[in-house]
Design a protein around this ligand. Sequence first.
Ligand SMILES: [Zn+2]
Length: 237
Amino acid sequence: MPYLLAAFVVLVLIAILQGCNGKGKPSPDAPDDKKPAPATKDAKSPDRKPAEPKASRAAADDKAAQQRQTPPRADPPPKKRAPMACCYEMAAPPTTFEYVCPTCGGKTLYALSADASEAQRSSVREITLTLHVELETCRRTVAAIPGSRVELDDSQFCRNCSPGVVNPQLVLVVRRPGSAEPHRFAGVTTEDVQLVREYLAGSAKHVGEHGYETPLMQHAQRIEQLLGAKVDGATAK
Ligand SMILES: [Zn+2]
């Protein structure tokens, strides 16, 4: 019996030890395996997640930079606005002009004043229109005529040189061979000086506004008035 008791006790002890070991091993292992698993997943995922955001942020920054750069590329349209600006300028020339006299250097200001009469305002509009539209073109065209036979006199617009002139005009001055006094024609336009230039250059055609061409001799009568002389070939038209 004592052997049986001893064997039973030993078996019980073994069973208890196995029970303790069985409970102790799996319990710590299971929670350890379960806990670290999510821990490692969490540890890995946060490491991977920040890496991806960096790339995505960089891409987003690139897109933002591209979007910032694209607007200027879409701006070119202003080119189409240029003709409109041109049309506006031609439709409504300024009613103010400061004329600088090439002879005496004096400045004459033409401007609309509030207390001016309607006749005075109309005169100022006509004068400033001539100065804005005709003066520079006439000067350039006459300057392009070879020799010193033809000159443009715009001193009527100077209050210093021409104090008594009420309605100033551009004057074409033509020196004629054999005549002491030059021929003066007041009220010339851009087209007038173009006719004179073409005639003196021996051209057979007149290039008018917008490039419209006509035979020069169709304008012979006007050219004779401008030059104060008979025009060669005028009778042959
Ligand atoms: Zn002057």
